[in-house]
Design a protein around this ligand. Sequence first.
Ligand code: GRF
Length: 218
Amino acid sequence: MSDAERLRVVVLISGNGTNLQAIIDAQTKGKLDIEIVGVLSDRADAFGLKRAANAGIHTEIIDPKGFHTPEAFDAALAGTLEGLKPDLVVLAGYMRILADSIVNAYQSRMLNIHPSLLPAYPGLDTYKRALEAGESLHGTTVHFVIPQLDSGPPILQYRVQIGGSETEPELRKRVQQGEYIIYPQAIGWIADGRLTVHKGRIMLDGEELLKPVVIDQS
Ligand code: GRF
């Protein structure tokens, strides 16, 4: 595919950027035919910025502390996104809630990954909450973003069985290994034209996707 035809992807991060790294790695290995046109962070100290720079990707820091009002921050972020002309916006550990106007501008063109088997456990501390509740299963979900937090249509889930004496870091590690599989995979489906949205219906390989595809840890 030529540069002009490749899916233009912008990734938003706040921290370590291991999901960003998985996406970069999949692309470098030729498994993901996209162009990452920018990595935006709300924090100057996000390690993911170094990962992007190492891969030669354009980065920008849009820190809310640098703006007088939330509206000014939103306008700066919206303007930067618009300038990069993304086909797809990928939230990868971006720890801010986006303004509805930004989410709505990228309807069906914005993905998030959330560390739970949505609709279970939206919000923070999902590992701790799942362990405390004595769940036997946990996992992570790639979903389209809508204004309601962690509630958009799910696309792909990675599911793990929780061991009897498992600790939070152990569970997180196993779930995150799954994130590095399913996030590049979901983006690849969009890049390859396999996953589309028509009039609000999500289609995968010509069939309506009424529930997420689930991959179990082997
Ligand atoms: C991921 O585990 C994801 O589930 C959550 O934030 C974490 C970000 O990690 N949304 P990283 O920055 O990709 O390493």
